[in-house]
Design a protein around this ligand. Structure first.
Ligand code: UDX
Length: 448
């Protein structure tokens, strides 16, 4: 039997697609799976009795400042995890009763694993959990640095970036780092090491990102497998790090078709209290029923959920048409007939999940690839309204009205419904993702 060793980056938006990929490789293709993981954000391994698991001695848990995306954290994590990962992988490779290890598949964030793969003479395939278009922008960060975009971002915020239409200078990801050099260094490392790997996997499909896939293939000159959407093969619910509150589904059952706005900003994004209240009052004033995920940490610096800052008059105003939970079964929510729109932070998993269920979006991106995704869904695919990063309650109210009640919203729903059909079709025999998966499986079998 052939085995593949996977190493997810320990954040919800990265763990979900890596485990979906593990399920695809195991259940659809038949590979044996080993997963190397850190104690921080450890998966519930009891849910995967058919996989082997290996916990590496964890350099992450004892340093909360490193978690997970701020400033130089990813560089530090790469430096600290390389050795434990190498020792663990060497052990897996030497186990006599182990099936042939064909390759390792690691998150692009784990760039230090390429040197480990080289040293242990095993092939590495990279899983990039973001979109192709945002990856192209990330890959250009050193160029943006040279051309001065990064040092004059505030002054040029609204300028277009002609090489990457429709993004603007303010959409270039900076991760809030004071020292831009560390971000540029990080992404140089990510893409230099990705280019040295054997192949690249994306949770996307050819028909969605065709021009950008062509551009990436020219630029990277390596096999690129677009085998998504992963969530239509295996749900991300199994790897949820928080308990999904199923009362939200019961609540949705009581509402009319396409009447509810689902609101969630993913697993990391946090806002200040003022913005949080603008969100709350925008939702209240819109008059629309809504299901709002307010997870602990939604407000900067507050450990508790945040819903306790909502005043009594707000609760009164939204009574009977609101449901606030700490974490929802998102994929099921988006597939529910009562949901008519999704106000999202434009994380890539959420974006793909929304497209797959034919739900048009309203975007309020926060960091990283989210501003770029928001630009694409609103201006390239035209299936979303982009509120951008700074908004007030009247913008929210107006955005919800446009999305849920106007002909413009109907047009967005029509376009996203067509993408939903394409996404479903590409997974069937002869479809682009189906064929790409066959290609990936052959490619892996020829390794090692
Ligand atoms: C992020 C973003 O993808 C990306 O911008 C960045 O590069 C790093 O990771 P996150 O902010 O969590 O991840 O967003 P997203 O990619 O959308 O992933 C969130 C996942 O959590 C989705 O699979 C979603 O279904 C799930 N989720 C979200 C729930 O299960 N329940 C919820 O209530 C909310």
């Amino acid at each position: 039997m052939s085995r593949v060793v996977l190493f997810p980056y320990p954040a919800q938006g990265h763990i979900n697609p890596m485990f979906q990929l593990a399920n695809i490789l195991h259940h659809t293709i038949g590979f044996a799976i080993s997963v190397v993981y850190t104690q921080h954000n450890a998966p519930d391994i009891s849910r995967y009795p058919h996989f082997q698991f290996h916990l590496i001695s964890d350099p992450v848990t004892d340093d909360n400042s490193l978690i997970p995306f701020r400033g130089n954290a990813i560089n530090v994590l790469n430096a600290r995890c390389a050795r434990p990962f190498k020792l663990c992988l060497a052990r897996i490779l030497s186990e006599e009763n182990n099936a042939t290890v064909r390759c390792i598949i690691t998150d692009a964030m784990w760039y230090s694993t390429q040197a480990v793969a080289d040293e242990l003479n095993v092939s590495r395939i990279v899983l990039r959990t973001a979109s192709v278009h945002s990856s192209l922008v990330y890959a250009a960060l050193p160029l943006f640095h040279q051309t001065g975009y990064l040092t004059s971002m505030e002054a040029r915020a609204e300028d277009a970036v002609p090489e990457f239409q429709p993004i603007k200078v303010k959409d270039i990801p900076t991760f809030g780092a004071k020292d831009q050099n560390s971000i540029v260094e990080f992404f140089s490392n990510v893409f230099t090491e990705t280019k040295r790997s054997s192949a690249l996997i994306f949770n996307t499909f050819e028909e969605l990102e065709s021009p950008d896939l062509a551009k990436l293939r020219r630029q990277f000159d390596m096999p690129v497998f677009a085998i998504g959407p992963f969530n239509k093969r295996f749900s991300a619910a199994e790897t949820s790090l928080r308990k999904q509150d199923r009362s939200s589904i019961d609540w949705l059952d009581t509402h009319a078709p396409q009447s509810v706005l689902y609101v969630s900003f993913g697993s990391i994004a946090a806002m200040d209290k003022t913005t949080f209240l603008e969100v709350a009052w925008g939702l209240a004033n819109s008059g629309q029923p809504f299901l709002w995920v307010v997870r602990p940490g939604s407000i900067n610096g507050a450990a508790s959920a945040g819903s306790e800052v909502l005043p009594a008059e707000w609760a009164e105003k939204v009574s009977g048409r609101s449901c606030v939970v700490e974490w929802a079964p998102q994929q099921e929510v988006l597939a529910h007939s009562s949901v008519g729109g999704f106000w999202t932070h434009s994380g890539w998993n959420s974006t793909v999940e929304s497209i797959c269920e034919g739900v048009p979006m309203m975007c309020a991106p926060y960091f990283a690839d989210q501003m770029i995704n928001a630009r694409w869904v609103s201006e390239v695919w035209r299936i979303a309204i982009n509120l951008e990063r700074v908004f007030a309650r009247r913008d929210v109210e107006e955005g919800i009205r446009r999305l849920m009640t106007t002909a413009e919203g109907v047009e967005m729903r029509r376009r996203v419904a067509a993408l939903k059909e394409t996404a479903a079709a590409c997974l069937g025999p002869g479809g682009s993702s189906y064929e790409a998966l066959v290609g990936l499986s052959k490619f892996i079998m020829e390794l090692g």
